[in-house]
Design a protein around this ligand. Structure first.
Ligand SMILES: [Zn+2]
Length: 76
């Protein structure tokens, strides 16, 4: 799959690549449920991350730098 010119793809588009990390089990003693998502979104193309997919500070060459959520695009 080539992501080179992905400009108008939404976050939920199947051609986009993001990773939603979960807390490791060792954090359970701090009151966080095992395997619960951290709420962070990681771009697997440049490995930048943010709690909001629209706020990820992608590398300038990242093929996914134009990818935003449907909500973000609806606000433009
Ligand atoms: Zn990126």
């Amino acid at each position: 799959m080539v992501l080179g010119e992905a400009r108008e793809l939404s976050f939920a588009h199947p051609n986009t690549e993001f990773y939603l990390p979960s807390y490791p089990r060792t954090y359970s003693s701090a009151g966080i449920h095992n395997g619960e998502p951290t709420g962070e979104v990681v771009c697997v193309a440049c490995w930048e991350s943010h709690m909001n997919v629209d706020e990820i500070e992608h590398e300038s060459t990242c093929p996914q730098r134009h990818v935003h959520s449907r909500y973000y695009r609806s606000q433009q």
